[in-house]
Design a protein around this ligand. Sequence first.
Ligand code: 5GP
Length: 183
Amino acid sequence: MQKEKQVIVDGLTFVPYLTREQIAEQVERVATEIAKDYEGKAPIFLCVLTGAFVFASDLMRATGLNDSKISFIRYKSYEGTSSTGTVKQIIGLTDDIEGRDVIIIEDIVDTGLTACRMIEDLKKKNPSSVKFATLLYKPVSSQTGFTPDYVAFTIPPKFIIGYGLDLDGKARNMPDIYVIKED
Ligand code: 5GP
């Protein structure tokens, strides 16, 4: 790995992991799958703030589902580079999803706790269906056995930043994805 490509955020060193081209290719693949599954339908995309905002923007546009809508919710479980084990809802859902097809858009599934909590909360609002799309999936860290319906990349249980994903609020603007350096 070239030294100059490393980035340092809050004193931690990260190395390149996925390029913007690789990301775009997988976003396009997932969008094509969703477009096929929801042909003639008007799903509500539910973007999980804050990390999924970049992925949600690219994914929603790439589906070409022009009758779809987008809404936002916010949960928090991470502090620094690890999960706290408790999931807090910070911003709730304002739209009515009763009888609607909902597609949750998340940046990353790690323990699966946030995903399970969200789906449980949403099902109380009687949607017609709930599916889950994630940019990154760490199956090894899953404590819940939760499996997303749409996955752009399956990755090992390492800490990632960039393309919307942060380290204590920083690095979300980076167009490529970086992984924490382990010596
Ligand atoms: P889970 O509830 O599945 O453990 O975690 C989901 C949330 O934890 C994600 O939405 C994200 O905010 C955060 N998270 C999990 N793994 C990572 C990671 O590798 N990098 C970053 N930046 N956030 C992560």
